[in-house]
Design a protein. Structure first.
Length: 258
């Protein structure tokens, strides 16, 4: 009896494609007749890829998408999105929701958006399959709905252009804010310097007033001492041995002549 725990033999690419072909839901439709007729002589994946993107060009032949359009030209004729800087200070510009940015850029509903493409790639029917198989399944799903792969690619390009335009607005807004505020900062700096000069002059005047008051006190103290010495000498002969009531300098006296 074979060991039931033994891992099963990996599925071949042909088996995976047959399972995708047998799927009847909208996520992964059956292979088209055109794709089925090319599964011989070169492998299923190769033939299916050739159905969407020619991978076996003739000598000198340029490889192009099945739609014939170059990715860079998908939305080249559409005007670039424009964003205006807010008239007032807004601290939430960097946190604006991406969906709001896309909406302001005029990106409307798409038959298959970039987000829809992500859901198709994550579909459980192919979630565990190689990337090449996922690409084939998504292409077949879109083809069954009459949608080219250029539709979600165009949506992704439009979103990218919207993000670039929004970033450009932020850069220009930052530059304009810097230029406007630099002149104000310079004016405020000049005002502050002039204010400090005025206050420094006021403080110097106050210090000078203090110094002048102290000088006058010291000058008078010297004159006072000279005068008090003279007065003390005048009354000294008449005190009959009593203390001289006239003080000289800071010497104190009770003024009693008895």
């Amino acid at each position: 009896m074979p060991n039931q725990r033994q891992p099963s033999k990996p599925k071949t690419t042909e088996e995976i494609l047959r399972e995708i072909e047998s799927t009847s839901d909208d996520t992964v439709p059956a292979l088209s007749d055109h794709a089925r007729t090319h599964t011989k002589g070169g492998g299923a994946i190769k033939s299916l890829l050739n159905f969407f993107v020619k991978i076996d060009p003739e000598d000198g032949e340029e490889v192009e998408p099945a739609t014939g359009a170059r990715v860079s030209d998908l939305v080249a004729n559409e005007p670039a999105p424009q964003f205006s800087a807010p008239p007032k200070r807004d601290s939430s510009l960097a946190e604006k929701a991406l969906e709001e940015i896309y909406r302001e850029a005029g990106i409307g509903d798409s038959p298959c958006s970039a987000d829809d493409l992500a859901k198709l790639m994550d579909n459980p029917a192919v979630a565990n399959q190689p990337l090449s198989v996922k690409v084939i399944a998504v292409n077949l799903t879109l083809s069954a709905k009459g949608i080219g792969i250029d539709t979600p690619i165009s949506d992704a390009v439009r979103r990218d252009r919207a993000l670039e335009a929004y970033q450009k607005m932020l850069v220009e807004h930052a530059s304009a804010t810097e230029q406007r505020n630099i002149s104000k900062i310079q004016q405020l700096t000049q005002d502050a310097e002039e204010y400090l000069k005025r206050k420094q002059a006021e403080m110097e005047a106050l210090r000078g007033e203090i110094a002048e008051a102290k000088r006058q006190s010291m000058d008078f103290s010297q004159r006072r001492e000279v005068e008090e010495t003279r007065l003390a000498g005048l009354v000294s002969p008449f005190l009959e041995g009593k203390p001289n009531p006239v003080t000289i300098g800071n010497q104190g006296s009770d003024g009693n002549l008895d």
